[in-house]
Design a protein around this ligand. Structure first.
Ligand code: PHE
Length: 335
């Protein structure tokens, strides 16, 4: 009987080891551990052995059955934790799963790069609110109510006097009214205009910049912007300043760069002109200075506003702005 028990134990262990899928577990249980299984029938023979041996053999039988039951439970747990087969449950050679790497959105990357160039020239960074008052967005930068210049900005109004800022220029007034010159600031952020086509989205990004000190001239503005463009694109990219109008700068200019798509020979992107406009700028209007309490005879300054999407499109040769905001990972992963 003792031999029989040991043999049964070895047999059960071997059978258990051979089980490689969940489906075979039940067969094993019925055959060995079930009511009519091999262990039960062996135990029944205990009745036939001598009294002195019965106790010892009974204990032996019980402990063997227990250990087989334990092994069975372990095997079952292992098979149920994988997809039901031993190979899948524990494949020690499988490499770990790498976590996907996140990266900054291309617009954020370009904005950071732009800010870094200006910071290198000594400009400090200040961010302002997206939800702005009519006062700072328009009045404080010399665009009174009913002034035709308001037409340049298709504005989202929240109420009569609250709106989504249409440019980052309100930050000029916000900073100047709280600090005395000399000032050298850039202000990056989101701006909003009711506009949508392949080169416009209702939300886009600008980087505003301004500098106020004694004896600031248009030459200083040209110097700062020229080095900026050459740092962002390439050292010898042709640029030109073209006269323009903004209510908060006088004189005003727009800066064009040679089309980076066709190299200046004329294409669809530059509308066959060879030039692409990328920013507005000028000397800060004396009216704006007066409104924040500066004496325009003592101080002068320049300001500029750049579209980040425009720069990113030209840098990467992308002609549809909407790609930036469709959250298509195949597009975004390229940056
Ligand atoms: N705020 C102007 C715009 O959004 C750009 C600008 C900024 C022009 C500063 C001149 C000076 O169009």
């Amino acid at each position: 009987m003792e031999n029989e028990l040991q043999k049964l134990k070895a047999e059960a262990e071997e059978a258990l080891h051979a089980i490689s899928s969940k489906a075979n577990l039940e067969d094993f249980r019925v055959k060995f551990l079930g009511r009519k299984g091999l262990f039960s029938s062996t135990m029944k023979q205990l009745g036939k052995v001598s009294k002195e041996d019965r106790r010892r053999l009974g204990q032996l039988a019980n402990s063997i059955k227990k250990s087989v039951e334990e092994l069975f439970r372990d095997r079952k747990e292992m098979l149920e934790s994988g997809d039901g087969t031993v190979a899948e449950a524990v494949d020690l050679s499988l490499p770990g799963r790498a976590l996907p790497f996140a990266a900054l959105h291309p617009i954020s990357q370009v904005m950071e790069e732009m800010c870094a160039v200006f910071e290198g020239m000594g400009f400090a960074v200040a961010e302002g609110p997206d939800v702005e008052t009519d006062h700072y967005n328009f009045e404080a930068v010399n665009i009174p109510r009913h002034h035709p210049a308001r037409d340049m900005h298709d504005t989202f109004y929240v109420s009569e006097s609250i709106l989504l800022r249409t440019h980052t220029s309100p930050m000029q007034a916000r900073i100047m009214e709280n600090q005395d010159p000399p000032l050298r600031y850039i202000s990056p952020g989101k701006v909003y205009r009711c506009d949508s086509d392949i080169t416009h989205t209702p939300m886009f990004h600008q980087v505003e910049g301004f500098l106020v000190d004694r004896k600031v001239s248009f030459a200083d503005l040209k110097g700062v912007l020229t080095s900026f463009i050459h740092r962002i694109f390439k050292d010898d990219l042709p640029i030109r300043f073209r006269p323009s109008f903004f209510p908060f700068t006088e004189p005003s200019a727009e800066l064009d760069i040679a089309c980076v798509i066709c190299g200046g020979s004329g294409c669809r992107v530059c509308k066959r002109t060879g030039w692409i406009e990328i920013l507005g700028a000028g000397l800060i209007d004396p009216e704006v200075m007066k409104m924040v309490g500066y004496d325009p005879d003592e101080f002068s300054g320049f300001a500029f506003g750049l579209g980040v999407e425009r720069i990113a499109m030209l840098k990467y040769g992308i002609d549809d702005i909407r790609l930036y905001y469709e959250n298509d990972l195949r597009f975004l992963k390229q940056f």
